[in-house]
Design a protein around this ligand. Structure first.
Ligand code: PNS
Length: 165
């Protein structure tokens, strides 16, 4: 049987424990995962693409089944380019549903061969997101336990740097 690879896309600005939970659970379903960071020139992220790649790599500790890559343009085109027909997404509380539904339907319209597969986020990460974590960290809030150690340190560093500028 040939190996099955799923693309797990997102901004990952920064990667959270919720993302890592989906990654490790995804590996129970798929042989390989490509964590695909959208390189969007219209959005101003807190962390550069290079910083985000590094934090993800450090957090997954060199598991050979996981590749970290970047993409731009359409996600379905990227999946095809990488010989995958699966987009893996995590689903949190109700608020995610409409956005994910829209995105999955659009992706399906763009390419019927690519399937969107959802894993329900572990209850521990139901109400966390990169955005809310950045907001809390920007005011000095303690976000340890919600992000990997390396990300927690980077967040502190980044907001200290920004305060100085
Ligand atoms: O981290 P996010 O915000 O949940 O990630 C969203 C992402 C990157 C998966 C989505 O914006 C995306 O796939 N963008 C690529 C452009 C695209 O293919 N758009 C058409 C489908 S809506």
């Amino acid at each position: 049987m040939s190996e099955k690879t799923a693309v797990y896309p997102g901004f990952f600005d920064p990667v959270t424990n919720g993302h890592l939970s989906i990654i490790s659970r995804g590996l129970h379903v798929f042989d390989n995962l490509i964590v695909a960071i959208l390189n969007n020139p219209h959005k101003t992220p807190l962390f550069s693409v290079e910083e985000r790649i590094k934090m993800i790599k450090q957090s997954i500790k060199g598991k050979p089944q996981i590749e970290v890559d970047t993409f731009d343009g359409l996600l379905v085109d990227y999946a095809v380019k990488r010989n995958s027909n699966v987009i893996l997404r995590g689903l949190r509380a109700l608020s995610d549903f409409e956005y994910e539904f829209q995105m999955a339907l659009m992706n399906r319209k763009l390419n019927r061969y690519v399937q969107s597969i959802f894993l329900m986020t572990d209850y521990k990460w139901f109400y966390t997101s990169s955005t809310i974590i950045k907001e809390a960290a920007s005011f000095g809030g303690d976000v340890s336990g919600l992000v990997p150690k390396v990300v927690n340190e980077k967040l502190k560093e980044k907001f200290q740097q920004l305060k100085k500028t």
